[in-house]
Structure formats: C-alpha cells, structure tokens
Ligand binder design. Structure first.
Ligand SMILES: Cc1ncc(COP(=O)(O)O)c(C=O)c1O
Length: 434
C-alpha cells in the first residue's frame, strides 16, 4: 500500500465516490477495465489533453477516451457543430442527411469503403460484419488472432488473453465459439495451415494489434492474408476501430497499401460520441438491402438499432473527419508517436531497464522485456506486473494511462505534456535501479 500513499492523499473525494459507486455499479465502474488499484479516480471534466478528477487533480491524458480523442477532449469545432445540432434534434429514428454525408465522407477517405452502415459501438459493428461475411460467403468459420480484441461479441470474445484457448467470459456457449478459429498474429504459416483445413468465411484482423500489445502487423503478413483470402474465396476484414482515421486519413489500410474486403470502425469516427460502422464493397454490403435480398430466398443479413446513425454522433464524426481529411494533423501526430517510442526506449535503456516500446503512428505501449514483441504471446510473456506498476506510478504523478493499456497522442498534446511523460518515466525508471 506504500506505493499508493500519494494517491490516497490526493484522491479522497474519488475514494468516497468509489465507496458509493461499488454499491450500485459492479467494481464501482461501468466497464471492468476501468477499475484499477486501489480505486479509480472519478473524472469531473476533460479539456484538450487533460482530465480533471473530482478532487481537482489534473492528469495529462494519454488514454484519451480509449483512443477516441485524436483532436483532444472537446475540440472547439466539434463542440460548436454539436451545440447547433442539439437544438435541431438529438435523435430522429428516421433517415436524415447527416448520415448520408458521413457515409460519403467515409467512402471518400477509406480505400475499402463503397458502402457503409453505422452502429453504436465497435463491438456491434464487428458482430454485424462477421454476420454479413457469413451471409455473403454462405460459410460459417472465421479466423481471428490470438490477442485480437474486437469487443464483447460472443463469437469473437475468445483468444484475447492467455491462455487464449478459452472464452474470455463465463456465459459464452460452446456453440457461440465453435466456428471461431484462432491463429497466431504475424505468423502466416499458422494462418495458412488453419485455412487449409476447412472453408473460411472471413479472416478478421487488427492491422495493429491494440489490446494485445500495440503491435503492428508486418506488411508481408497482411499481404499474405490478402492473397490467402483471395485464393480461398474468404473475406478479409480489418478491424480498424483503433487505427481508423489515426494511422492515415484512410486508416491502416492506406498506410500499408493492402485493402481488405470489409472494414470496421469505431472510436474516432464518432468524434467523441458512441459509434461504430462497418463498410465494404457494394456487392457485399448490398446483402443488407432488403430490396435486393429477402430472408426467405436467402442472403439477406440484418443490421439495425434504435440509435444507429444518431444525428449528434454523425455531426461530431463529420466535423472530426473533415478536420483529419487532409492528413496534416495525422502526419504530425505520427512523427510525435515515433519520437515518443524512441525517447521512452532511450530512457529505459539509460537506466538499465529491459523494455520495448511498440506501436505505429500515434499509438504506443511499453513492454518490460528484452525480447522483440511480435505477437500477443510476447506481450503477455513480458513483465505485466511492472507495466501495471509503471502506469500506477504515472497516475500518481499526474499522467494517465489506463493501467496496462496503450497510449495515444492527440492534436491537443503539447511539448510540455510529452516532456512530462518523459520526466515521470525517467523518475520511475530510476526508482527501479535504486
Ligand atoms: C480493435 C477494437 N475493436 C473493437 C473494439 C470494441 O469497440 P467498442 O468498445 O466501441 O464496442 C475495440 C475497443 O476498444 C477495439 O479496440
């Protein structure tokens, strides 16, 4: 408990709120990963690169709303657009121009997108994307990767953490995961061997493994997946919930130059409001069209929901994508991300701490290990306890990462913010060598 001394002193109101919260919210939180020891701080306000908690503490935020806020918290142009839209209606439950505009914007920016459908989360979008791939191919099996995180949809909620071969939650039936095949990330031989055994509807992959350790796919790996899908008549799905509109205006697919059949988005697309989307070639997406396919004659894939294409989300998303479209902000953030990875590596090296800093563009994560990190097994073989301790130590010093999760740089982060990350990291590294 000694390590939390500073935190206890700084966060008495959060502690009281946690005591209240845990009576009505399991673990006192609304998402299990948001709990951390000894209790989470509770946020009262967010602006730019900062979070403020109920005790008035300020944190330089590198978690940025699960990687959502690429423009920072509350970017003025997005806030203005949303304020205007609120007085015109918060939820129509009927068709409107904003959804058309945002779909057109996505189609303009994303190489694989000819048609789009919006959802309310990345989880939902992945669920509908997998269903659509099955409807289109008439096949059941999907390949996903160890460490791949696609949200809580049953068929994809397996193989996220060690030991990888069991569902990540109680309540997931054997039936729900029996058509999901796990393969090793960045290991084409393994995928090929698995795809040889049975007909595959789709391979779903994060171009940069996010929760599995912020590990970029090797270009040859993605190229191999593309060729494999083409030769087997399977669909290649990129889960770009994190990488979409971050790595390049057209997502990681633009950066790598390897285009999938379908893409899933979330986070940045909603400009800070709940969102998800899946998109792809017209001939695939048309299976969602009840005027073309009906469920009696086969081939029709359902998608929908009360809040789909919510006008506030569409407004915020449009303002955000228009700001990112010319690629200038993204280019600058990618350079900063590169610098952060280099400098963190330098700091740990100088203090004789074994660490690897992985990521791509503006995303980054530290792994406490000597070994190169190429897949999720490497991530979980690193010293995770130390990573937790590093992040908790940063939190006490006013730098926020959700413990053990990746960080990202936004347009709101200043040199001073980034220098604070470096100096607090240095303090932590020095404390290890004392
Ligand atoms: C790559 C990836 N896919 C899907 C999801 C699920 O999205 P959501 O949390 O919006 O359901 C996430 C969430 O972090 C993610 O990182």
């Amino acid at each position: 408990m000694q390590m939390f001394e500073k935190y206890f002193v700084k966060t008495s109101k959060s502690k009281a709120l946690y005591e209240r919260a845990k009576k009505v919210l399991p673990a006192g939180v609304s998402y299990g990963i948001r709990y951390f020891e000894p209790y989470p701080f509770y946020v009262s306000k967010a602006k730019g690169s900062k979070l403020y908690d109920v005790d008035g503490n300020k944190y330089v935020d590198f978690w940025m709303g699960h990687g959502t806020h690429i423009l920072g918290h509350c970017p003025p142009n997005v806030v203005e657009a949303v304020k205007k839209q609120i007085s015109n209606g918060t939820h129509f439950g009927a068709s409107h121009e904003l959804e058309v505009e945002l779909a057109e914007q996505v189609v303009r920016m994303v190489p694989s997108a000819e048609m789009v459908r919006f959802t309310n989360s990345g989880t939902e979008a992945n669920m509908y994307a997998v269903r659509l791939a099955r409807a289109y191919t008439g096949r059941s099996k999907i390949i996903k990767f160890e460490g791949g995180w696609h949200g809580g949809y049953d068929a994809l909620h397996i193989g996220v953490k060690l030991p990888f071969n069991i569902p990540e939650s109680a309540g997931i039936t054997v039936g729900a995961t029996q058509d999901t095949i796990l393969a090793s990330f960045n290991n084409l031989d393994d995928v090929e061997a698995k795809a040889r055994k049975e007909p595959i509807a789709a391979i779903i992959v994060e171009p940069v493994l996010g929760a599995g350790g912020c590990i970029p796919a090797e270009k040859e790996f993605l190229k191999g997946l593309r060729e494999l899908c083409d030769s087997k008549g399977a669909l290649l799905i990129y889960d770009e919930v994190i990488t979409g509109f971050r790595i390049a205006p057209g997502g990681a697919q633009q950066h790598y130059g390897i285009v999938p059949d379908m893409t899933v988005f979330g986070k940045i697309l909603g400009g800070g409001f709940p969102v998800g989307a899946f998109c792809g070639r017209k001939e695939i997406m048309e299976h969602l069209n009840p005027l073309v396919y009906d469920h009696h004659s086969g081939g029709y894939a359902f998608h929908g929901g009360t809040f789909c294409a919510n006008p506030i989300t569409m407004t915020a998303g449009l303002a955000t994508l228009k700001t990112l479209e010319d690629g200038k902000i993204i280019k600058d953030l990618n350079q900063k991300g590169e610098k952060v990875r280099e400098k963190l590596t330098e700091i740990f090296e100088a203090n004789n701490v074994d660490a690897q800093n992985t990521g791509l563009g503006s995303m980054f994560t530290t792994h406490f290990t000597k070994k190169e990190v190429k897949n999720a097994r490497d991530t979980f073989a690193a010293d995770r306890k130390r990573l937790m301790e590093y992040h908790l130590s940063l939190i006490q010093s006013g730098v926020f990462f959700l413990p053990t999760h990746f960080g990202s740089i936004s347009a709101a982060h200043t040199e001073v913010d980034i220098d604070k990350l470096f100096s607090e990291t240095e303090n932590y590294a020095k404390s290890l060598t004392k």
